[in-house]
Design a protein around this ligand. Structure first.
Ligand SMILES: Nc1nc2c(c(=O)[nH]1)N[C@H]1C(S)=C(S)[C@@H](COP(=O)(O)OP(=O)(O)OC[C@H]3O[C@@H](n4cnc5c(=O)[nH]c(N)nc54)[C@H](O)[C@@H]3O)O[C@H]1N2
Ligand SMILES: Nc1nc2c(c(=O)[nH]1)N[C@H]1C(S)=C(S)[C@@H](COP(=O)(O)OP(=O)(O)OC[C@H]3O[C@@H](n4cnc5c(=O)[nH]c(N)nc54)[C@H](O)[C@@H]3O)O[C@H]1N2
Ligand code: SF4
Ligand SMILES: [Mo]
Length: 667
């Protein structure tokens, strides 16, 4: 059999967006490796994707549409034909719309694939249907809000510029798991003598790369940033010239805010010793080119937008903008690279419909009225596992009167609760166009193997549903490649000068990044420490939600999974060993808990069984549950999100996965 090598892109929700080389033999992917020609990821992949072919050709792949035969959630189904499945859905939806209106239908999707076409394929359909809209804020919207409050639309530095830094601060990011290619630049900086700091709540794998690891009390990084600013002023380490020319509101910050954050108070708030704070401020103030990389960890608390805003303010005090290797990176904003309105087609919505926050699915399914949610259509997401307040979500999914359709690659916890399951293609089987939130690369991918079984892409399924619902717009009759061609034909300044022939070959292309002195894209043209458009014009410390119980629960990423993706893989699950809860030895002893035993973590939302892992990675008062395990593989009947709440962040309506307390006891 002849073997061909084809290019593709990693579709997962990861800032790196790696370029892939796929060896194809007899219509099957037999090997997946990194594309050495990719300008940013340069041929290496993470442990999850090195054997992507085992996900693509997994014996667990769904290969035909399924109709529920057993009770809700029992996971019992019989195969049906596609036309039967589509007709059943259309008939049921027509009846619901006639009785309750189209807002009784709720789409639920997130980032199973990051491809712009497949990920957003449902938007035009549900706008046209008049369904309820989903506010897709499960990840880190507070980060974007916090950044914008200070920097407006200023583009982020290129991630590789970190190589020129002499002090790299990895702040609330477990980059060894979640952003491994950023570490390429960090290692280069280290080789040239840079110091690397990690600021986290426990000692993650990333600590191995760091010269110093600072463990901060969960949700208290805003106080740390303000405390460092206080000390920078005290130690006369601020750049007065830069502040005068390029910053708005330093005088107000200095007078009205910073006096409230002396080291004694900040030490109490953050748990860091006063001497440590002094040392940190001096090193930051004296660094030639300090670079801060902000991760998602500190963005999932009740105070996160304010926390990010406070951290983003730091570089302004020392003039750390516009010189090689300095600044602050929250994420690259490449959203302007394409005319996304051509994909989303909000104009298909004739009357604005209600907006339902995806973090509050439990409430939406159980409490909404006028109309209640009568049908849920889930694609590219696994809310039974990933959404907060799992007990409420499952309670909703178990409703006999809820008509649930799930379009999936695998029989996930969510798919098990469906009335109809539709089989989905993987990224190797459909066309798409990719951009990234951690690099400036864009890439086009074509199918490299035929669809497995009878699976169909999101784009194809919405075309079928549009036809069944009688939508006559020609938009719904074009192919995914037609839409990609259209997007590439519409010029955008961000894509100016790129080589389209390279893109056509399926290779990644880097968007040009701004050169020359920094231009601050804010209304004042300056960095806005004082932002009069914000409810609080100046940053201050606001406490997280916290709670009464004694242990803060960190719901952190696993090295061997991506949210609830990759749990289909026995090899990767085995690498995680078990659904563990990491706890400090002192906390374990105080509760008479032993390493390796099954324990129960509980709070006001629910209780979850874990295997206890006594670990010196974790400080007293913190417990860590890495990975979003499928309930199917959990030691008990629930996974970690039975312990998280539907509360939202201060701004951005984001999730607050890390802002929960638990108590832990023996089984
Ligand atoms: N291997 C792997 N990679 C992934 C993912 C995955 O699940 N696994 N998920 C992907 C997705 S969707 C995202 S959004 C990104 C997220 O990846 P990251 O940006 O790394 O964000 P988080 O995983 O939320 O948390 C990062 C770290 O923040 C710490 N942290 C929690 N609370 C605080 C706090 O109050 N202060 C500080 N300083 N640190 C805190 C956590 O302990 C954790 O180690 O990763 C993506 N990549
Ligand atoms: N406890 C806890 N909860 C979390 C997190 C955490 O770290 N801890 N992380 C949170 C974060 S940051 C995020 S972003 C969310 C992520 O939440 P989700 O976006 O729901 O992420 P996944 O768990 O990866 O689930 C995606 C599903 O999409 C399916 N899929 C993949 N490709 C396709 C496709 O082309 N078509 C269709 N129809 N399906 C496809 C996959 O099989 C998979 O089951 O989870 C959040 N929940
Ligand atoms: S998950 Fe991230 S690091 Fe791993 S291959 Fe995909 S893009 Fe690269
Ligand atoms: Mo995320």
């Amino acid at each position: 059999m002849t073997m061909t090598v084809k290019r593709s892109v990693c579709p997962y929700d990861c800032p790196d967006a790696c370029g892939l080389l796929v060896d194809v033999e007899g219509g099957r992917a037999v090997r997946v490796s990194g594309d050495p020609d990719h300008p940013y990821t340069r041929g290496t992949l993470c442990p999850k994707m090195n054997r992507y072919q085992d996900t693509v050709h997994s014996a667990r792949r769904l290969t035909t549409p399924l109709l529920r035969t057993g009770g809700k959630g029992a996971g019992e189904f019989q195969p049906i034909a596609w036309d039967e499945a589509v007709e059943l859905i259309a008939r049921r939806w027509r009846a619901i719309i006639a009785e309750s209106g189209a807002e009784a239908i709720l789409p639920y999707s997130y980032a199973g694939t990051m491809g712009l076409i497949q990920r957003n394929a449902g938007h035009p359909f549900f706008y046209r249907l008049g369904a309820s809209q989903l506010d897709r804020t499960i990840c880190t919207p507070a980060k974007a809000v916090g950044w914008a409050a200070v920097m407006g639309e200023t583009p982020a530095p290129h991630p590789d510029t970190v190589a020129d830094s002499d002090l790299v601060i990895l702040w609330g990011i477990n980059a060894a798991a979640s952003n491994i290619h950023f570490l390429h630049g960090v290692r280069q900086a280290k080789k040239r003598g840079a110091q690397v700091w990690l600021i986290d709540t426990y000692r993650t794998e990333t600590a191995a790369l760091a010269d110093r690891t600072f463990l901060v009390r969960p949700g208290h990084d805003g106080a740390l940033a303000l405390g460092l600013m206080h000390l920078l002023v005290m130690e006369k380490l601020v750049d007065r010239l830069f502040l005068e020319t390029s910053v708005q509101g330093f005088a107000e910050l200095e007078r009205q805010v910073l006096p409230d954050y002396p080291p004694e108070r900040v030490s109490e708030l953050t748990g860091l010793a006063e001497a440590t704070l002094q040392e940190m401020a001096r090193a930051y103030g004296r660094a030639r080119a300090p670079f801060i990389r902000i991760g998602g960890g500190l963005c999932r608390y009740g105070n996160s937008a304010m926390t990010v805003r406070s951290i983003v303010a730091l570089p302004a005090l020392v003039g750390a903008w516009g010189k090689p290797g300095c600044g602050c990176l929250c994420g690259t904003s490449t959203v302007g690279a394409f005319a996304m309105n051509e994909v989303l087609r909000e104009d298909f919505m004739t009357t604005p419909t209600r907006l339902i926050n995806m973090n509050q699915l439990g409430e939406a399914l159980n409490e909404l009225s006028d109309p209640p949610v009568r049908s849920l259509y889930v694609y590219t997401s696994n809310p039974a596992a990933v959404a907060p307040d799992q007990n409420r979500v499952l309670q909703g999914l178990l409703r006999d009167d809820l008509f649930t359709v799930v379009h999936e690659r695998f029989l996930t916890d969510t798919a098990r609760h469906a009335d109809i399951v539709l089989p989905a293609t993987t990224s190797l089987e459909h066309s798409d166009l990719y951009r990234s939130y951690g690099t400036y690369c864009i890439q086009r991918a074509q199918p490299v193997i035929p669809a497995v079984g009878l699976s169909k892409s999101n784009w194809e399924v919405f075309a079928l549903l549009a036809e069944a619902m009688g939508f006559e717009e020609p938009f719904f009759r074009q192919g995914a490649d037609d839409l990609i061609d259209r997007l590439l034909a519409i010029p955008k300044p961000m894509r100016a000068g790129i080589d389209l022939s390279v893109l056509a070959q399926g290779r990644a292309v880097e968007l040009p990044t701004p050169q020359g002195p920094p231009v601050f894209a804010t209304p004042s043209g300056k960095i806005e420490l004082l932002n009069p458009r914000q409810p609080r014009p100046l940053p201050v410390f606001t406490p997280p939600y916290g709670g009464e119980l004694s242990l803060s629960l960190m719901t952190a990423p696993s090295l061997y999974a991506l949210n609830s993706s990759f749990y289909e893989r026995d090899d990767l699950r085995q690498k995680q060993q078990a659904m563990c809860l990491k706890m400090n030895a002192a906390d374990a002893a105080a509760r008479d808990l032993t390493d390796g035993a099954e324990v129960i973590a509980a709070n006001e939302h629910g209780q979850v069984s874990f295997i206890l892992q006594v670990s010196d990675q974790v400080p007293i008062g913190v417990v860590v549950a890495e990975g979003v395990w499928w309930i199917e593989f959990a030691p008990g009947k629930r996974s970690v999100n039975a312990l998280t709440s539907q509360r939202l962040t201060d701004q951005g309506a984001g999730s607050t996965f890390y802002d929960n307390r638990v108590e832990v006891r023996k089984v």
